[in-house]
Design a protein. Structure first.
Lengths: 274, 282
């Protein structure tokens, strides 16, 4: 625009019209409200928000909570053996899952497995495994193989494999792989490419997720015993059944300490591995 | 500089081969630490596997057992109880949704206050400590403690999900707020805005998409957790599943598993699509 053409005085700045967002906004908001209201209707399976029950049981609950706040320290020796079992399950489960996750991950990622059929099959199985919650696996496995540490271990392995394979294969999918392309151009077979290039390259991703799986395992295996799958959860459930809240609070504190310790340790390890 | 380099390379090449100094390779880095660490981890692993109360020989019969139970569950699922299962599933979804709402409504203000540059330092440290403690307690244990107050109801489950999620959700909130660019916040401060104006006009609009996306993600997590809480007795699909597993009515258990898996995957995909749309725009 040359100065000659704009002879008239500066006009008011033309603001663009305000975008009309209110119809969509109202729609989204009312949809969310309708959904929320529907979740609160007991008639169709929703939840009865029963504040009156809380008000009524408040004294009872407060007494229990104050009992929980008085840990019975003499109970500590009895918790050590189950806690060790919990940690063993977490560690062994994470190790087995780590070993299983490597071939499955390479199967589930596109750069390391160009075959659509097997890739989709592995991914579908992993997605189904992941869609079943941990304690549901434990319940069913306990019914299948009996009470003990074995169903707990199997639950942890299934759960870890689901997480590690999903996260690592997605990470492999979303990065470029110039080395793999070079190797392919040089005539390498897929198996050699995976072993010589893809595996060493994705090892840091793997070790990161393995540590994460170990952390999650400690947390989960602490409650697996509730359905009979071994570890400290069994003791927790038993003491709850006896209303021995002093013992329960010792167990909860112990779980808390162990979880925090494992988290701190794995943070240190992660920083060293990175 | 260049001349010096040139002369050095010339003298190096003009020297006879026998006089050329042997290239001093740096010493091989010691792998002792790594070897010892691997050995220790392997040893601990072996000891824990050996002392674990598991008959490893049972594993041989496992594939046959899995095949047998899979046939019992999925060969002919009992669809006659499907209406009841859907009713219970909706109860679990409600639990998950209300838990997510409660969690988000509480954790957004708390998380904002825990972010650098918003709340005072003592409050920040206190809130972060609270989040860390809540994160360390498994959800089921929070539910078990709540049971003593409100009794075994789905409402307990929703409350437990709401409280248990605050730890992680609060952490995500303050991390999101802290990674926002400072431009808008500086502009609000320069225009004389106080803490409220800062949150309302700089942080809230910029963080909203991420926070909404996290809220949906919380709902996805809660869908899984609500089934778990049902097993502990909070009601919903988890309770039904635990009951029929105890009755060993495997055809019903198979049907319930199908309902759980299909619902979870459907919720995941819808919520995932919404999250992508929120984060990337239409």
């Amino acid at each position: 625009m040359s100065p000659g053409t704009t002879t008239e005085p500066a006009t008011r700045l033309d603001l663009p019209p305000r975008p009309r967002t209110w119809p969509r906004r109202t729609l989204v908001f009312s949809a969310l409200t309708a959904f929320t209201v529907a979740t609160c209707l007991p008639a169709i399976g929703g939840i009865e928000i029963d504040l009156a029950a809380i008000a009524q049981n408040w004294r009872h609950g407060a007494a229990n909570l104050s009992a929980l706040l008085q840990p019975n320290w003499s109970f500590v020796p009895r918790t050590i053996q189950p806690m060790l079992e919990t940690l063993q399950m977490a560690f062994v489960g994470a190790a087995i899952a780590a070993a299983l996750s490597v071939p499955l991950t390479l199967w589930a990622a596109r750069p390391t497995n160009p075959n659509t059929v097997t890739r989709t099959a592995v991914r579908a199985v992993i997605n189904v495994v992941r869609a079943v919650p941990d304690l549901v696996w434990a319940t069913i496995l306990v019914a299948m193989v009996g009470v003990g540490a074995l169903p707990g271990l199997l639950t942890l392995v299934l759960f870890d494999v689901g997480i590690v394979v999903k996260l690592v294969s997605e990470a492999i999918d979303s990065t470029d792989h110039p080395y793999l392309e070079a190797a392919r151009a040089g005539g390498a077979t897929q198996g050699r490419m995976n072993r010589a290039l893809a595996l060493p390259q994705s090892l840091p991703l793997f070790s990161n997720q393995w540590l994460y799986a170990l952390e999650l395992n400690v947390r989960i295996s602490a409650i697996l015993g509730i359905v009979g799958a071994g570890g400290i959860g069994r003791l927790l459930d038993e003491r709850f059944g006896f209303f021995a809240y002093g013992d329960v609070s010792v167990i909860i504190l112990e779980i808390l300490v162990v979880v925090l310790l494992i988290e701190a340790a794995s943070n240190v390890l992660r920083r060293r591995l990175a | 500089m260049n001349a010096a380099l040139d002369s050095r390379s010339r003298t190096a090449t003009s020297r006879p081969a026998s006089e050329r100094p042997v290239l001093a390779l740096p010493p091989r880095p010691s792998r002792l630490g790594q070897t010892v660490a691997t050995a220790v981890v392997g040893l601990v692993l072996l000891v824990s596997a050996a002392t674990l109360d598991v008959e490893w020989s049972d594993l041989r019969e496992l594939p046959a057992a899995v095949a047998e139970y899979a046939a019992l569950m999925f060969a002919d699922p009992d669809w006659s109880r499907l209406p009841r299962a859907l009713f219970e599933m909706w109860r679990s979804i409600s639990m998950a949704w209300l838990g997510a709402m409660l969690c988000v409504v509480v954790s957004i203000p708390l998380g904002m206050l825990a972010a650098h540059g918003v709340g005072p330092a003592w409050l920040r440290l206190a809130l972060r400590g609270l989040f860390a403690v809540i994160r360390a307690v498994p959800e089921v244990i929070i539910a078990l403690v709540l049971l003593t107050v409100t009794g075994l109801t789905p409402f307990t489950g929703a409350l437990a999900l709401g409280i248990a999620g605050i730890g992680t959700q609060g952490k995500w909130t303050y991390e999101t707020v802290e990674t926002l660019r400072d431009g808008a916040a500086d502009a609000v401060r320069a225009a004389g805005g106080g803490r409220t104006a800062l949150v309302r006009w700089a942080l809230w609009p910029a963080a909203l998409p991420a926070l909404l996306s996290f809220a949906l993600y919380r709902f996805e997590i809660n869908i899984r957790m609500s089934a778990v809480l049902g097993i502990v007795g909070a009601g919903g699909i988890g309770s039904m599943l635990a009951n029929y597993t105890n009755y060993r009515e495997w055809d019903t258990v198979g049907m319930l598993l199908i309902v759980v898996v299909v619902t979870t995957m459907a919720v995941d995909s819808v919520s995932g699509a919404l999250r992508r749309r929120i984060m990337e725009g239409a």
